[in-house]
Design a protein around this ligand. Structure first.
Ligand SMILES: Nc1ncnc2c1ncn2[C@@H]1O[C@H](COP(=O)(O)OP(=O)(O)OP(=O)(O)O)[C@@H](O)[C@H]1O
Ligand SMILES: O=P(O)(O)O[C@@H]1[C@H](O)[C@H](O)[C@@H](OP(=O)(O)O)[C@H](OP(=O)(O)O)[C@H]1O
Length: 368
């Protein structure tokens, strides 16, 4: 058990030798690697590995210690049950990452992971933000100590109804990402939380207004779901907001990656993985297939092979003037982190409050 309460067996981590920079690339058994787009949440195991990326493009979230881990697993199982007839739960599916069941490393079956859709996967330069929603980030069964600890981390949660846990934003001019962690989020007050959200939508040149508008409409749909259901309450749960940071690929058509959890088809574009094993699985398609594959390959490893900028690489492979996907697809909003979801018989006013305030802050941003 790691210091943060997650179970991780050191036997499942292999070191694959030094790469060119002298750093050690970790690959878990079965070709899994640490997921490079994690912006918040628990880090567990050796060298603080957190969420993992499976070679098939899904992500793996290790089950937390009971009761949290089993509670989250059961929640996913309930929502994605094949024989589910509950309309509200069926509606909820679209707002969650797809759930592909549980996964365990071949040689360490006592470790259990949730196998989930990687929400960032179809994006070339994903800008990602994790926002905890609700006025309380502790559940009704939390001990007085836990309540106090959670409240003291962000006393404004009650009033603001959300907390920026972490973000990663692509900057066009420097061709790099800036990141902010939870300490930044906690430093934001009622009058400054809008500035925090603005940072997430700013690419160094301008506010990505299209992304704000599209994300607003996705959050509105989630709010409608919450306004129409009374059976579940979500505590310490988050929204994961993602939009495309690359200026090259908005507007136009593009192929979608193969459904994660299924085998990659040759020639099918893959996106944004940092997993060398996933790259290998479609390596043979690189020479003849869609240039998008090639482009992504450099970016996804996070250590591109040449010194040139991302844009130069796009030009080299014929991507420079290509627009690759429509605006609707250029953003994503999913609910994540369900370790504290409980049955109820009334609307989840705390979560609804958080969503409404987040929405009105985003709307205000567009008016400014
Ligand atoms: N389905 C997903 N697709 C892409 N990224 C994800 C997905 N699920 C989680 N992540 C990434 O992993 C991070 C942590 O996820 P999550 O909040 O579920 O973990 P946690 O350890 O339970 O968090 P906490 O410590 O807040 O309880 C998120 O901030 C996000 O960056
Ligand atoms: O972000 P931080 O500062 O690391 O704080 C963690 C964060 O508040 C998590 O939401 C919480 O897990 P839960 O929501 O599941 O309670 C975790 O509790 P923990 O320390 O008990 O794991 C905290 O440590």
């Amino acid at each position: 058990m790691s210091a943060d309460g997650q179970i991780m067996d050191s036997s499942s981590l292999e070191k694959l030798g030094n790469n060119k920079n002298g750093s050690v690339k970790q690959v878990l058994l079965d070709g899994c690697v640490p997921f490079s787009h994690q912006v918040a949440g628990h880090k567990c195991g050796i060298n603080n590995t957190g969420v993992l990326q499976h070679p098939d493009g899904t992500i793996l979230k290790q089950l937390q210690a009971p009761p949290r881990g089993p509670r989250e697993m059961n929640f996913y199982k309930q929502v994605f049950a094949k024989d589910c007839t509950d309309t509200r739960l069926l509606e909820l599916q679209q707002y969650l990452p797809k759930f592909y069941g549980t996964w365990a490393p071949r040689e360490s079956s006592h470790e259990l992971f949730l196998k989930l859709e990687d929400v960032t996967r179809r994006f070339l330069r994903p800008c990602i933000m994790d926002v905890k929603i609700g006025r309380r980030s502790y559940d009704p069964f939390a001990s007085p100590e836990k309540r106090e600890e959670q409240i003291s981390k962000y006393p404004l949660m009650e009033e603001i109804g959300f907390l920026l846990l972490g973000m990663r934003v692509y900057q066009i001019d420097s061709d790099s990402y800036i990141t902010h962690d939870q300490l930044y989020g906690r430093s934001l007050g009622k009058d400054t939380v809008k500035n925090g959200l603005t940072k997430f939508f700013h690419n160094g040149r301008e506010l990505q207004r299209y992304a704000v508008s599209l994300i607003i409409s996705k959050i509105r749909s989630i709010l409608h779901w919450f306004e129409s259901q009374t059976k579940l309450h979500f505590y310490a749960s988050s929204l994961l907001l993602v939009y495309e940071g690359s200026p090259h690929i908005i507007n136009g058509s593009r192929h979608k990656p193969a459904d994660p959890g299924t085998k990659h088809q040759q020639g099918e574009p893959q996106s944004n993985s940092n997993n060398p094993h996933e790259a290998l699985s479609f390596q043979s398609s690189l020479t003849h297939s869609h240039p998008y594959c090639h482009n992504v390959q450099h970016e996804r490893n996070g250590n591109r092979k040449r010194g040139g900028s991302v844009e130069e690489e796009d030009e080299e492979i014929g991507m420079g003037d290509k627009k690759q996907f429509g605006q609707e697809e250029a953003v994503e909003v999913k609910m994540i982190d369900f370790a504290h979801v409980f049955p109820s018989d009334c609307p989840d006013e705390s979560y609804i409050y958080g969503l409404r305030n987040l929405l009105s802050t985003l709307e205000q941003m567009l008016k400014d």
